[in-house]
Structure formats: structure tokens, C-alpha cells
Design a protein around this ligand. Structure first.
Ligand code: NCD
Length: 309
């Protein structure tokens, strides 16, 4: 493993498999235990540096670090000296002076974690940067698929929706490709990035024709907050063409699972009855996120004191 986890491309097949296997071992070790805590990162410090809103990712990283017995500092830009104009570099140096071993960063600017990695000695984990990447989300998604379907190689994954603004889509395409899955993206042409032609995916504009062949359907949130123009005629029109409702769900093979990274726009990209159906792994994904992030922190920090490896 490299020192940082900044994007899906930081993981080759061996690394990605190691993270998933480690998460499975952690799950097995903690299953049925009353005290869900391992002593592995005792004495290490993990800083959660969140410049953008987050519910599940921030809580998930916090819980993951705590379950490994690390000291955890939660820093959100609101209420800190960032609102006085302090730069990312100064903030990073301050945190490092206080002895942080790993910084988990979410930032609105694509590339911010890469910059940070140049300034600090500890590990940097990207928890979502702009529209760029969100590698631990892709890892938890891959973990969920492997647990449900028993494999990743050759699995047919259909990714649907706002691919243009989705760091979840970028990381998933990269990681799923590394893991041997076969990815199709479905979106309105206005919500596909210009460079999609060079991605290792098949592109389709017709959801109904791809659903009968899918093993996994991954729905993406329509990211209203990143849209500075009109990308589709209306919410109703979007969900009619690209939303997953009960009628479309009926087109899926029996064992196909439905995923969503959350937060959902119920009634827009996904109908409530689909989100709450037995096919849905949405709640499971959240739970798996903690195990996968424990695996990432464990592998990056090694559990060993600085300088020993
Ligand atoms: C995603 C994110 O923030 O990138 N959420 C998450 O981390 N589970 C997806 C989204 O906001 O749509």
C-alpha cells in the first residue's frame, strides 16, 4: 500500500483485494463481540478535516478510528480559523505540529487532498474532493457487492445518474475496473463528462434496456448543489427517464441488488419503495463503510509506531 489513499488509481488489484480482505477479517473479529474495539491504533492520532458537509462519511471515519483505539479530532471548517481565512496549508501544518498521524479530508476543491499530501508527513485519506474522487466510498461499495454476490470479477454493474458531478462514480469506475467488473454508465448526455469516452465503461442512454442484464444497479444522487445551469428539463422528466421506480425494478433479474451512496433524493433518482425494498443494500453500505475505513486506516498506519516500517 502507498502512504496515502487519494484516488482509486492508488490501489492495484492486490491492494484493493487486501483492503477488502482486511475489512472482512475485522468484521469477523468483531462479530458478536460486545465491545467492538481493537487496540491496534492506540496512541495514534487521526484528524477528520471536513470542509464540506457530510453525515455518514464523517461519522463513519470517526467510528472507524475510535474502534481502532486511535485518538480522533474532528475539525470542521465552520467554527474554525478557516472562517478567518486560514489557508489549507497553514491548517495542515498546525494539525501536524499537534502530532496527527493521518488526516482524513473532505474538500470542495478537486485535488485538495493531493496538495495536502505534499505538505504533511503523515497519511492523507481523501474523503471526497469536489467532483473528483471518493475512494473509500468505492471500496465500501465493492465490499458490499462482494459480500452480497460473492465475487467482483465479471460482475455487471450499471451506474445511473449524475455522473458529471459524481466523485462516487469516478472512484467506482476506477476501482470496479481494477477488480474486473464490467461497468455500464447510464445518464442523460448533459450529465456525462466530456472525457467519458476514455473511461473503461460502456455508455447507454436507455435504462430499460440495460436493467435486465444487471447484477448491480448503483443509483447516483442528482447533485443540485453543484449545478449552475439547467441540466435536464424538470425533476419529473428526470425521474421518468432515469429514476429507479417499482416498474423498472421489476425488469431486474431476481438476485440483482440496488445500491445508493446516500444521501438520497427519494422520488427523484430512486423511489421510496425501491430504496426500502429487499434488493436495496443502502443501509448495509453504511455499516460496511465503517469496516472498510477501519481496514484503510489500519493498513495505512500499520498499527506500528512511526519509523518502525
Ligand atoms: C456522496 C458524496 O458526498 O460524495 N455521499 C457519501 O459520501 N456517501 C455522494 C453524494 O453526495 O451524492
Amino acid at each position: 500500500m502507498r502512504r496515502h489513499l487519494l484516488e482509486a488509481a492508488d490501489l492495484d488489484l492486490g491492494d484493493a483485494t487486501l483492503v477488502l480482505d482486511t475489512a472482512a477479517q475485522i468484521d469477523a473479529a468483531l462479530a458478536g463481540r460486545e465491545v467492538k474495539k481493537l487496540p491496534t491504533l492506540r496512541g495514534r492520532t487521526v484528524v477528520n478535516l471536513f470542509y464540506e458537509d457530510s453525515t455518514r462519511t464523517r461519522i463513519s471515519f470517526e467510528l472507524a478510528a475510535k474502534r481502532l483505539s486511535a485518538d480522533v479530532i474532528n475539525f470542521s471548517a465552520k467554527g474554525s480559523s478557516v472562517s478567518k481565512g486560514e489557508s489549507l496549508k497553514d491548517t495542515a501544518q498546525t494539525l501536524e505540529a499537534m502530532g496527527s498521524d493521518a488526516i482524513v479530508i473532505r474538500h470542495g476543491a478537486s485535488g485538495a487532498p493531493h496538495r495536502l499530501a505534499q505538505w504533511v508527513r503523515g497519511s492523507v485519506v481523501n474523503a471526497g474532493d469536489g467532483t473528483h474522487e471518493h475512494p473509500t466510498q468505492a471500496l465500501l461499495d465493492a465490499y458490499t457487492i462482494r459480500r452480497r454476490l460473492g465475487r467482483l470479477d465479471g460482475v455487471r454493474v450499471v451506474l445511473v445518474g449524475d455522473v458529471l458531478h459524481s466523485r462516487v462514480a469516478r472512484s467506482n469506475v476506477g476501482l470496479l475496473h481494477t477488480l474486473g467488473a464490467d461497468v455500464t454508465v447510464v445518464a442523460p448526455p448533459t450529465l456525462l463528462p466530456v472525457g467519458v469516452g476514455s473511461w473503461p465503461v460502456t455508455v447507454s442512454y436507455d435504462l430499460d434496456t440495460v436493467l435486465p442484464k444487471a447484477d448491480v444497479v448503483m443509483m447516483l444522487r442528482v447533485q443540485g448543489e453543484r449545478m449552475n445551469a439547467s441540466f435536464f428539463p424538470s425533476a419529473r422528466e428526470y425521474s421518468r427517464r432515469y429514476g429507479l421506480d417499482a416498474r423498472r425494478m421489476a425488469l431486474l433479474p431476481d438476485d440483482t441488488i440496488v445500491m445508493h451512496p446516500g444521501p438520497m433524493n427519494r422520488g427523484m433518482e430512486i423511489a421510496a419503495e425501491v430504496a426500502d425494498s429487499v434488493r436495496s443494500t443502502i443501509v448495509e453500505q453504511v455499516g460496511n463503510g465503517v469496516s472498510v475505513r477501519m481496514a484503510v486506516l489500519y493498513l495505512l498506519l500499520g498499527g506500528a509506531p512511526e519509523g518502525s516500517s
